[in-house]
Design a protein around this ligand. Sequence first.
Ligand code: NAD
Ligand code: MG
Length: 389
Amino acid sequence: MTQNATKTITVLGATGSVGLSTLDLVRRAPEEFRVVALTANSRVQELAALAKEFRPAVAVIGRQDKYPELKDALAGTGIECAAGDEALACAAAMTADIVMAAIVGAAGLAPTLAAVRTGTTVALANKECLVCAGDLMMQEVSKHGARLLPVDSEHNAIFQVFDVNHTNTVKRLVLTASGGPFLRRNSATFSTIKPSEAVAHPNWDMGAKISVDSATMMNKGLEVIEAFHLFPVEKDQIDILIHPQSVIHSMVEYIDGSTLAQLGSPDMRVPIASCLAWPDRMQTPARRLDLAAIGSLTFERPDYEKFKCMALAKAALNIGGAAPAVLNAANEVAVAAFLSEQIAFTDIPEIVEQTLHKCDMKEPHSLPNVIEIDVEARRVAVSQIAQLK
Ligand code: NAD
Ligand code: MG
């Protein structure tokens, strides 16, 4: 950053892929950031090591049973320790200039909302919270004067090239998608895909859940829903374009035929840095883009038959009401079951579709109501999995 004012930062999901990339940038700019709170779910030793390095006021572990281990690990450091859901929300609500919301899944909803309600700047990686409670979340953002900065690379790209002062000149958003590891694989063999193959993304190094979502392309469907909530466009103004090199991170097309894009090497530290330094910019160690070495960029249309999850997510957005929350919950259950080898890769869209058919689609009216919908959809998804056997 060009200015030298220290920013205070909280990282929710500090031990994850986005959390660690965020802290890597903080580590490289020690004068520019001071860490307020760090949270994790179960990896106590990793959290404790990060806390010792970054010296937050508070370290919180989601799992209550891990509290003694955390307290032990941080004994004598003066860092306050806490555990459980309430403690996560309290950490999220501590005064900080920026809160990085990088918990995976609907578990991130309550802490992210707690941060939003302080009216601060929230760097949002946790796309699932917009998928399951987008309207409520955006209402809270405007009610509390908070600012959401999109971390997801596509949304960050759009944020960088979206003309907020002339929104009526935007014709459409083009979300680029690498296509994941199975873009070229014959779908007849999809049922034999192993978790280790699904988490091996060709371009990005990410957590297990989002890697599987990229393999099923549910991730791109979730991102369409995310984009719908983040930007003032209609549902039919958001398109998906396959771009296997992941160099163009997304585009905005304007009414005059101009299309603006953001490009960069596939390294999450670029969009994260854009949020951390916003509205300024900061240095990152990301590999510079060498377009001559890359040679060519290619594009193709998405295949909704082959990647049914993408179609299901778009359908859930069009149905509206509780459908996106149900879709998200069923997907989280199905992905976890796939990762633990209880179901096949091809069962993921089946479980999501059956759960969508069986759940009530009434619009959630409050956060507790979203959580009820989420819990019920998970119950239905689990029962659908049981019936597969
Ligand atoms: P990850 O699995 O690597 O890390 C998740 C983090 O969340 C961990 O710190 C974990 O401790 C914490 N967590 C998990 N369950 C929790 C719970 N129940 N309560 C509290 N904390 C919990 O995930 P990730 O890849 O870093 O992704 C994080 C979020 O960012 C996801 O929503 C993902 O979709 C989004 N995202 C990630 C990337 C990426 O490159 N990894 C890119 C774009 C968007
Ligand atoms: Mg993305």
